[in-house]
Design a protein around this ligand. Sequence first.
Ligand code: ADP
Ligand code: MG
Length: 669
Amino acid sequence: MDIEALKGVGPKKASLYEKLGASTVEALLRLYPRAYEDWGAYIPIAETTLNETATVRARVLHKPTTTRIRGGMALYKTTVTDGVDGMELTFFNNRYIPNLLREGHTYVFRGRVTGSFFKREMLSPEFVAEGKEKAILPVYPATQGLTSRTICKDMEQALSLLPTLCDPLPDALREKYGLIGLQEALRGIHFPPSMEELAKAKARLVFEEFLVLQLGLMQIKSGRKQSNLHPVPGGFPEGFAELLPFRLTGAQRQAITEAMEDMAGPSPMNRLVQGDVGSGKTAVAAALCWAVAKAGYQAALMAPTEILAVQHFESLSGLLAPAGIRCALFTGSMPAARRREQQERLASGEIDLAIGTHALLSEKVAFRDLGLVITDEQHRFGVNQRSALAEKGASAHLLVMSATPIPRTLALMVYGDLDISVLNELPPGRQEIDTYLIDSPKRQRAFRYIQKHLDEGRQGYLICPLVEDEPDLPLMSLEKYQGIVAQAFPGVKTAVIHGKLKNAEKEQIMAGFASGETKLLLATTVVEVGVDVPNAAIMLIENAERYGLSQLHQLRGRIGRGKHKSTCILLTDAQNDSTLERLRLFRDTRDGFKIADADLKLRGPGDFFGARQHGLPQLKIADMASDMDALRAAQMCAQRLFPHLQEPCYGNLSKEIRRLFKDGVQVTL
Ligand code: ADP
Ligand code: MG
C-alpha cells in the first residue's frame, strides 16, 4: 500500500519518507523507533537535575497568565506542584496554553529543567494529561522536515490501516520458539504498553530478521552450486614448495591442501583464509596461483592498496617467474601504453597471473580463461568491488584472505557460505614483540630507545593520526612530527607517507624504506595493511587512544616480521579508565582472535567490520553483538527449515527473504 494512502501524507511528505526507506505503509511499519521516552517514569521535582531532561507529574496551581512581549509575541506562565515542590513553567507564543492547562488538573510534563536549585523551571515542556499519557512513546530516526512526533502520528494511522499483515513466521514455528505474531509485535515495538511487551516485540522481530538473513544466505550458497570448469589436480603441490626459500608451516600446508581439494572437487572453490598478521597468507595465495597456472588457467590477485599490490607483485613474480609463470602488475598509476599492452597480453592468455589493485576491475581488463580469483585483506574492499572481479571469470575459484580474525558465529553470518581455513601458527623464528604503554613526558626517552635500534641497523615506523595540524583537534600530525623527529634524530634518513600522496610517490617512498635506505618512516595508517619490511623492528604510535584494537593489531603486525626482536610503543595522554584498560589489554595480548573478541565487545560489529563493509543487507533491529543468543537460535532454526522452504506455509517468509536481498547479494565476492 502506497505511503500516500495515509491521511496527511502527500507527495512532499512521501518523498521524505522515501529517504527513510519507507515508500509503502508496510515499509513504514518496519521503521522502528531508535529509542523510547518513558512518560510513566516520572520523578519528584526535587530529584530532577538542572540542565537535564526530566519527566514530572504535577498539578497546575493557577490558570496560565499571559504577558505580551516585543514583536507581538506572548509568554504564558504557570506554576505546578507535585505535592512537595513547585516548579515554574513558561511557554512561548502558544495561545492554546491557557485552554490546554487547566487549574487543578494534573499532567505529565517533560522538558529540560532550568532555573536554580531553589526555583526550578521548565521552558516549553511537552505534556500530556494525566491518565491519557502513553506510558512509553517511540522516538524515531527523524529527518529534515519530518519530526519524530509526525512519524509517530502517521505510525498510529498505519497500524490501524493494516490490521491483517501477512506474518512471515507461520504459527507452528512461532509457537515452537515462543514468539508473538507480527501484528502484535509491530504494535508492541511502536507503542509498547510496558517494557515487558516491548521486550517480547523486540525478541520476535530480531529473530525474524536473523532468520530471514540466514535463509537468504543459504539460498545464495545452494544457488551457487555450479560445476567446476577449472579442475586442478588435488593434493599438496610439492613442485611449488621447492620454489620457496623457507619451509611452509603446518597451518600453511593444511590451508593449501584444503584449497587444492576444493579446486579438484565438483564445484568451484569458495574459501576464506583467516590468518593473523604475519601468518604467511601470501605464500598460500602463491601456491594456489602456481597450481592454477600449471593447470593452464589464469589467476588474479587483488590487493586493497597500491603499496600492497606492488609488494605482492615483487615477491610473487620473484618466486614464480623462474617456474615459467608470467606475472603482470595492474595499478591505476601505470602508464596508459603499458596498461594497454598488458591488457592485450592478458586477454590473449600470455599472462598467467595478474596482480593489482581495483584497477583490475576496469572493464577493459579481460581474461582469456580466469580460473582463480584471490582478494587479499578482503575486509578492506567495498562490497561491489569484490563481486566485480569474480564476474570476470565464469565460475572461477574464489579465495578471500583476511587478517581480521572474527568470532565463529559472526563468521558464519558474514561469510555465510564460505568454507574457512585458519592459519593459527606463525612461521618459526618470529620474535616476541614487546609492547609498552607510555605518556608524552616519556617521548624523548622512547626516541633514545629508537635511536639505539637504528644504531644496530634496524628501521622503524612512527605513526600519527593526522596528516596536517587541525586547530580543533589535540592530535599529533605528521606535519608537526617532522620537526620533532628532525630534532631528535639528526642525520637519520626519514620519509613521510600518507594517503594524500600520489600513488607514484607512495610507491617510491615505500621502495626507499624496503631497501633499507630510509631508516624511519613517518606514516598514517596507510602502512596498516600488509606491508612487509622484515628489518623494521620498532614502532611508535602517537595518540594510541585513537585507534580500535583491531587496527592497532594490524599496525603492530608491521613489525616482528623478521629475526629481530621488535618493540611497539603506544603513546597516549588519555586519562580515561576504559581507554587505558583497552590499551593495556592490547599491550598484554598478541592473539588476534582475542583482540578481535575484545574489540567486538567494546565497539560492536558496526565499527568492527568498518563502515558496513561486510556487505550484508543492513539490519533494522537485530544487533550481531548484543543479540548473539538470538542469532544462534535463528541459525539453528534456519538449518532445519531450509530444506522445506518451498512448502506453501513458508510463502510469506520467502517473500521477505526476496525483499531483504532485493539489492542483490553482496555478501561473499
Ligand atoms: P600475512 O599473513 O600477514 O599476509 P605475509 O604473507 O606477508 O603475512 O608473510 C609475512 C612474512 O613471513 C613474509 O616475509 C614471508 O616471506 C614470511 N613467511 C611466510 N611463511 C613463512 C614460513 N613458513 N617460514 C618463514 N617465513 C615465512
Ligand atoms: Mg598479507
